[in-house]
Design a protein around this ligand. Sequence first.
Ligand code: 5GP
Length: 209
Amino acid sequence: MNRGILVVVSGFSGAGKGTLMKRLMEKYDDYALSVSVTTRSPREGEREGREYFFRTREEFEELIAQDQLIEYARYVDNYYGTPREYVDNQLSAGKDVILEIEIQGALKVKEKMPDTLLLFVTAPSAHELKERLQGRGTESPELIKERLERACEEAEGISGYDYLLVNEELETCVDVMHEIIQNEHYRIGRQQAFVENIVQELKAFVKGE
Ligand code: 5GP
């Protein structure tokens, strides 16, 4: 069995990543979505262990000290990190794992694990991003401004990603994301187990076994 693919999905705040991930998981049962740890407070409707594991700063630092996070980053005054154990287990079981994380973390993961697939999601325009952030109604104007400033910084890192997805229409975007990930399975480098197996079989034939 081949190992699963580690897929990182990043995107500007307001690009609709959350909805996109939710729909991808509903529509296709090929993926395991990693739940991150964060020090930010839960938003209305968010549940412990579903959107995030909500932890104090001290608890978060303890996880770092014990090397239990694959990566972590600071984002607008809070820490966010990816628990290692779940990701390792799922990949070993051949499942594709999705991390929905910001750009600093994404680039760290790529550095440590170069065969990670990096996808970047954006809304069709900056105007739309702002409208979506305002429409969400969960952040103050100052926080929206900070998130837009952060988007400007993040834009500089887009060229480090493998694919750009413009989230104009949700269903189309979900399907394109699924296709990209599925196509990735066909890379030779990801089919080593299969290649080795068939080579062994061929050698056995040649020897007349
Ligand atoms: P939010 O507060 O809107 O849920 O998330 C803020 C940002 O943190 C988003 O860009 C999200 O992708 C990112 N994020 C969520 N979990 C992680 C994580 O485990 N690691 C990193 N580096 N970023 C994360």
